[in-house]
Design a protein around this ligand. Structure first.
Ligand SMILES: [Zn+2]
Length: 324
């Protein structure tokens, strides 16, 4: 049964039953919107995603030059290899350690020199401690360091994260821009401004023309927007515009979740965000309540392509309505 059919079949009983699937690093959960939280009663999405990651396999995808991607452990991971040591963008789940270590060893024997976090979310930082233990210096935006270092609640996941252990906290932070140069490659890190969270950064491998967008781009999935730590829909649209403006037809673009692609797919995502935002903003301006906006089904034309069981059309309408 396809995910969509599975969802439809379970929709009527979704308040009493929940099922979790994780595919291609994207959380998927049979959940429906409740007034108080995004998810129905049952096993928490964060715990379920971590549990599912214990058995998730890792797929290696060579991209261009000395840049590759590792898919399958939380957010998509980028790897730059060479004799100066590896640069890794995002660390996936800690439970993927053995599988990620194997994949990295097959690329070359060099250690991890730098780990960059695109933002603080657990599916991108859970492996920080072991990578740091293996010698990596962790870099991130200053807000990412702040969220990892303190107790942080995400309402959208109904979950409160305790402070991360010292080993997992970035030690080199920046505000707007930072550049690394290793393995004859420039890695340009840039802050988006508040978008998916308040600490999102991109990583651009200049010579290879490969861009990692973190969770400012979910290819083929409605994105989660973390209002609890400074994200908002208007910032998500700005970030999508910024991604589109900086890529060429040649750029290989790594989304935080979903398949690696390029400019046409980025444009399609931007158009989807803008159209749904405009529809939801119009409903809000008319004085419609959240429930009325959801009932108007502003995402209907997009759901067959973009809706998953974690972010359904209704959940995405709520995420957009909050910041429209
Ligand atoms: Zn995220």
């Amino acid at each position: 049964m396809s995910q969509e059919n599975h969802l439809a079949a379970n929709h009527s009983s979704c308040l009493s039953r929940r099922r979790f699937l994780v595919a291609a690093g994207v959380f998927t959960a049979a959940a429906c919107l409740s007034p108080r939280r995004l998810f129905a009663e049952g096993e928490n999405i964060v715990l379920a995603a971590r549990k599912r990651a214990e058995t998730a396999s890792i797929i290696v995808q060579a991209l261009r030059g000395n840049v590759s991607a590792l898919l399958g452990s939380g957010g998509n991971i980028a790897v730059l290899t060479g004799t100066d040591g590896k640069v890794i963008i995002d660390s996936g789940y800690a439970t993927s350690r053995a599988r990620i270590t194997d994949a990295l060893a097959k690329m070359d024997p060099e250690p991890i020199k730098y780990l960059v976090n695109t933002h603080w979310h657990f599916d991108h930082t859970d492996g920080n401690a072991w990578m740091h233990g293996d010698g990596a210096t962790i870099l991130a935006h200053e807000n990412t360091q702040k969220h990892l270092a303190t107790t942080t609640r995400v309402e959208g996941w109904d979950f409160t994260f305790p402070p991360s252990p010292a080993d997992a906290i970035p030690t080199e932070v920046f505000d707007k821009e930072k550049r690394l140069y290793l393995n004859s490659t420039t890695v340009a890190l840039s802050y988006y401004g508040p978008s998916h969270t308040d600490g999102d950064v991109s990583a651009y491998f200049v010579e290879a023309e490969v861009l990692h967008c973190g969770d400012t781009w979910w290819n083929g999935h409605y994105p989660f927007i973390d209002y609890s730590t400074g994200g908002n829909i208007k910032g998500m649209i700005k970030a999508a515009e910024a991604n589109l403006a900086r890529v060429t037809d040649k750029t290989i673009v790594i989304p935080g979740h979903g398949k690696i692609a390029g400019k046409p797919e980025l444009a399609e995502y931007r158009d989807m965000l803008v159209t749904i935002h405009d529809r939801v903003a119009a409903l809000k301006k008319e004085g419609k309540s959240l429930e009325e906006a959801i009932a108007a089904k502003p995402t209907a034309a997009y759901d067959s392509k973009w809706a998953g069981s974690f972010i359904t059309g209704d959940v995405f309408t709520k995420l957009v309505f909050t910041g429209a």
